[in-house]
Design a protein around this ligand. Structure first.
Ligand code: PMP
Length: 405
């Protein structure tokens, strides 16, 4: 077997005490026979498994790690706050400081509130929209992921039809379908929920058509619906002001998580002035929602991102990776597609409907020391240097050779 001894022993123990050995997106059984389930440490753009094997990391914790694992500035902020306390009896002042920084950074944000996960942030956004409008229906794109909670879960098991009774689906980048969905919702439309791009698993990524983004904004304005941008996956990697800021399309509410605190557990909702009162009407909270350590990490992360180095660096190294992969695939006579922004790469193989080739490539890559995924987009971090990209490419060249027809 390709898996290490400690890995195998941990899997055996996990099988006894964790259903299926692991669940959710990190269950490697869902996508690979070669990826380790367990990781022991991370540093910069490298992760090390429990058998001491080190991988160049193209998943970055599946998004949260934007500055690199164990970023010194963020780690210092975490340790400093930890030294003074994390879960205290009242909110830490760092919540105010971080909210101020978010409002200063994000043009569509007049206020901010904090939670833990992306699902908290999207669910809270929906709750705010319904409280503000007094309406129930939500327009969501067919196949889009907004979290692992009943109102938006993409898996049927354990979810009732009633949980999703007020969803009306549209096709991403198809304004006519969104208009039709709005018509179906009639005068009961609370919100339009949309991701900055189409990044559903198991399909090529699709950048947003600017006309579609503008069209949704106009549709929301015309119907009185709240426009919710789910920036959980793209946020703080593409544009600090929000992923639709370059298009000039501003949402009413934005849901954030993943990269917001470089790996500490934090989510946020930001919104426009007109929705401030709705937030005061609803009741949302959680035991850990105002824990101070992740907030301190968020403050340190955004402060670092605002220095203006990280985002351009990811755009540069991402382009280097994309060009390198394209050249390698061509040299090996393998037809690939690379889609989405270069900072969030997605690679797929022509004619590979069942992802057999993609899986073989990902397994070959991980065995050669590059951690990447067969059918979920990857993530770059600011810790990736040109040399790291070249080291990744040296290994992917071998991986392409391994899957070449
Ligand atoms: N929205 C989007 C666009 C996401 O990518 C995710 C997580 N993959 C979520 C919401 C849910 O976030 P979380 O897993 O932190 O609850």
């Amino acid at each position: 077997t390709v898996l290490g001894e400690r890995e195998l022993a941990l899997r055996e123990r996990a099988r006894q005490v964790i259903p299926g050995g692991m669940y959710g997106h990190m269950s490697v059984q869902a996508f690979s026979a070669a990826h380790p389930q367990f990781m022991a440490s991370g540093d910069g753009c490298r992760v090390t498994d429990t058998d001491g094997r080190t991988y160049l990391d193209l998943m970055c914790g599946w998004g949260p790690v934007v500055l690199g694992h164990r970023h010194p500035g963020v780690t210092a902020a975490v340790l400093d706050q930890l030294d003074r306390g994390d879960c205290l009896d009242g909110t830490s002042p760092v919540a105010v400081e971080f909210a101020e920084l978010l409002v200063d950074t994000i043009p569509s944000a007049d206020w901010a509130m904090f939670c833990k996960n992306g699902s908290d942030a999207t669910t809270t956004s929906v709750t705010i929209a319904r409280a503000a409008t007094g309406k129930r229906k939500l327009l969501v794109a067919h196949g889009a992921y907004h979290g692992a909670v009943p109102w938006c879960s993409l898996r049927g098991s354990g979810v009732t039809a009633e949980d999703q009774a007020h969803l009306v689906h549209y096709e991403y980048n198809d304004l006519a379908s969104a208009e039709a969905a709005a018509a179906e919702a009639g005068d009961d439309l609370a919100a339009i929920v949309v991701c900055p791009m189409r990044h559903d698993i198991k399909r090529d990524q699709e950048l947003v058509d600017p006309a579609f983004a503008r069209g949704l904004r106009a549709l929301a304005d015309r119907t009185g619906a709240v426009l919710i941008l789910d920036d959980v996956r793209c946020g703080f990697r593409l544009d600090l002001g929000g992923s639709w800021e370059p298009l000039g399309v501003r949402p009413d509410l934005s849901a954030w998580s993943k990269a917001i605190a470089n790996g500490q557990a934090l989510g946020a909702v930001t919104g426009v002035e007109a929705l401030r009162d709705a937030v005061r009407k609803i009741y949302v909270t959680g035991s850990f929602w105002t824990a101070a350590v992740p907030l301190a990490a968020g403050l340190a992360t955004l402060t670092e991102l605002r220095n203006g180095v990280a985002l351009p660096a990811m755009a540069r190294t991402g382009a280097r990776l994309r060009e390198g992969l394209a050249a390698q695939a061509a040299a090996h006579g393998v037809e690939i597609r690379q889609t989405g922004p270069v900072q969030m790469p997605m690679l797929s193989f022509a004619g590979d409907e069942d992802f057999r080739l993609a899986t073989a490539f990902a397994e070959a890559a991980v065995q050669r020391g590059v951690y990447l995924h067969p059918w979920h987009n990857w993530f770059l971090s600011a810790a990736h240097t040109d040399e790291d990209i070249d080291a990744i490419l040296a290994r992917t060249d071998d991986a392409f050779a391994a899957v070449r027809p």
